[in-house]
Design a protein around this ligand. Structure first.
Ligand SMILES: Cc1cc2nc3c(=O)[nH]c(=O)nc-3n(C[C@H](O)[C@H](O)[C@H](O)COP(=O)(O)O)c2cc1C
Length: 355
């Protein structure tokens, strides 16, 4: 089986979630014996269709443009048994790069108008390969793909073999979501195998691929907003922020409590029983505390009844430590913040809250 796998993300390897998922799908296809040609459309020259219809009249089946699409990509498309269209979701549909590719497949149609199942269609000039639509989105709701799916089903009709949609895709490369990401990537691999073996993807694999990634939409949005605010405040691109590998900077007591709770590592906490209180001053004032027991954490606003440890710090100072901007030990020695109670607990913060 010959497969043409098109990746239309403009982002490079390491950042592109389209490419990440496509690579696992491709590995699954190869494991099932397919010959897969992966084409990164960002590296190809594909001019826009100019609507001259020359490919329908003067030179039937041949486009006026002399570019990569005419020279290599359209022949590859026609020779493939399956074409995978992998695209980031842009404005709730395929991105312009993939759309340009699809528009340039016009030569494979004939101009004539005919009726098929109650609607007007153009007859094919060449047999059409089976199509797979794979897309990734930033938003976490599965419904973000409704428009794309409706379009893909309409345009590819019975040639559409499978739709693989991954909402909340940016989370796939964050440490916090690593276990779910593993299962999603394994599902992409399995989908590749199934496509080669059965020309379809089972409901079970589709469910694993599209499984819910976020645990709490409010925390999801809060963390997303903190990430954007951190990038803006520090003048970082999203790529630079991700490469730094540090958490986003909380800007309120609520977002601090949320981030600490998400950072809690039950394995590293082990049988720790403790109540940890923070008293903040400066840009954000107030107290909150965390109760840790039996591998769980609970966050509360206000002071604890009997804290094992109290950290008193200007909010900005502690956030600098939390986001790795400043060294906690050095700031402790310079008395930028103070602690009272179980110091050994403070020493284990990196582990207990290191998830
Ligand atoms: C121009 C643009 C438009 C986008 N539109 C949407 C959108 O409509 N819905 C959505 O959930 N995410 C949207 N996103 C986010 C991307 O789908 C998301 O970041 C995705 O992971 C990018 O895929 P990539 O990493 O393979 O490039 C958009 C991103 C860009 C740059």
């Amino acid at each position: 089986m010959k497969v043409l796998a098109l990746n239309s993300s403009p982002r490079g390897e390491g950042q592109s979630k389209t490419e990440l998922l496509l690579s696992h799908l491709v590995q699954g296809m190869q494991a099932a014996g397919a010959h897969v040609d992966v084409v990164h459309l960002r590296q190809q020259k594909i001019k826009n269709c100019i609507g001259c219809f020359t490919c329908w009249t003067k030179t039937p089946g041949v486009c006026v443009h002399k570019d990569d699409m005419s020279a290599t990509l359209l022949p590859k498309f026609l020779a493939a048994d399956i074409v995978v269209c992998a695209t980031p979701l842009y404005h709730f549909t395929v991105n312009a790069t993939l759309k340009a590719f699809i528009e340039r497949t016009l030569p494979i149609l004939q101009p004539f108008l005919m009726e098929y199942q109650g609607r007007t269609v153009h007859p094919l000039r060449h047999p059409h390969p089976g199509m797979v639509m794979l897309s990734v989105a930033g938003f976490h709701e599965p419904s973000v793909f409704d428009q794309l799916s409706s379009w893909a089903r309409f345009i590819f009709a019975k040639k559409l073999l499978a739709e693989l949609y991954r909402p909340g895709a940016e989370a796939l490369t964050t440490a916090y979501y690593a276990p779910k990401a593993q299962s999603i990537l394994a599902a992409a691999h399995q989908a590749g195998r199934e496509l080669v073996q059965n020309r379809q993807v089972s409901a079970e694999t589709l469910a694993l691929f599209g499984q819910k990634i976020e645990e709490d939409p409010i925390a999801w949005r809060t963390m997303g907003n903190l990430m954007w605010k951190s990038c803006i405040a520090e003048g970082l691109t999203v790529k630079e922020f991700a490469e730094r590998g540090r958490p986003p900077r909380p800007d309120s007591l609520e977002s601090f409590m949320m981030l600490m709770s998400m950072g809690f590592n039950p394995q590293k906490a082990g049988d720790t029983r403790a109540s940890i209180q923070f008293d903040f001053s400066g840009e954000v004032e107030g107290a909150c505390h965390f109760k840790i027991a039996d591998g769980t954490i609970q966050a509360f606003e206000g002071a604890a009844a009997q804290p094992s440890l109290v950290v008193r710090s200007p909010f900005g100072v502690w956030m600098d430590i939390l986001t790795g901007k400043s060294d906690g030990q050095q700031l402790f020695l310079s008395k930028a913040y103070t602690v009272e109670g179980d110091l050994a607990l403070l020493m284990r913060f990196d582990q207990i809250f290191g998830r």
